[in-house]
Design a protein around this ligand. Sequence first.
Ligand SMILES: O=C(O)C(=O)[C@H](O)CO
Ligand SMILES: [Mg+2]
Length: 257
Amino acid sequence: MKFSANLGFLWNDRPLPEAIRAAKVAGFDAVECHWPYDEPAEAVKAALDETGLTMLGLNTRRGDVGAGDNGLSAIPGRKAEARAAIDEAIAYATAIGTPNIHVMAGFADRDDAHQTFLDNVTYACAQAAPHGITILIEPLNRYDAPGYFLTTTDQALAIIEAVGAPNLKLMFDCYHVQLMEGDLSHRIEVLLPYIGHIQFASVPDRGAPDHGEINYDHVFEVAGRLGYDAPLGAEYKPGGNTDDTLAWMNIWARDSV
Ligand SMILES: O=C(O)C(=O)[C@H](O)CO
Ligand SMILES: [Mg+2]
């Protein structure tokens, strides 16, 4: 299996270029991040070029985090901000060669949130397509993000089908899907044509994937058997020194599954 280090959580105690270098030393095949915007794109690009790693994905800015925002694209009345965040993400991704952008929906429960999200995701797909960028949407679980607009893979699938853009895919985060739906093997198989990226962490503590209620031996074997060969995103909270949490990489070392 190939693995991508999510630098939103792994080595997030250091500047992004240093985290990229640490991921390379640890043996990751790729990296991904959450919100890289405080770091000049040139410095990130230089670290990626130096290590030969690709930054597989980044997120749109969340909005006013201090006021509780966790994304903007499903919030009625904030279209201009949402689209500015999408434009910013596309510009940053283009500058560093990132192929995927996760458009964050935000907290919204009004009736018009669905149409707002459809409109903004449609906009994102149209703007991203000329750059060869795929837009990802990700259901988040109700415990960590209560009130988040997008919570299930069925809801995401309906949105993907309604938008109908070839560059719109599902971010399948095993951690969130397990908490909301379970049935991971079946869900991966059924949703495979729609999946743009897979992430993982233990459940329920969102730690390294070597403990908890998900058997990743099995989940990774299912993904591999179905022909999924892109790097799987390690998006877990190390709860200390990241380098001390990487024993799992030896368990599922390259080509061992
Ligand atoms: O929370 C997650 O699982 C994510 O992947 C988002 O990118 C960060 O909120
Ligand atoms: Mg995730």
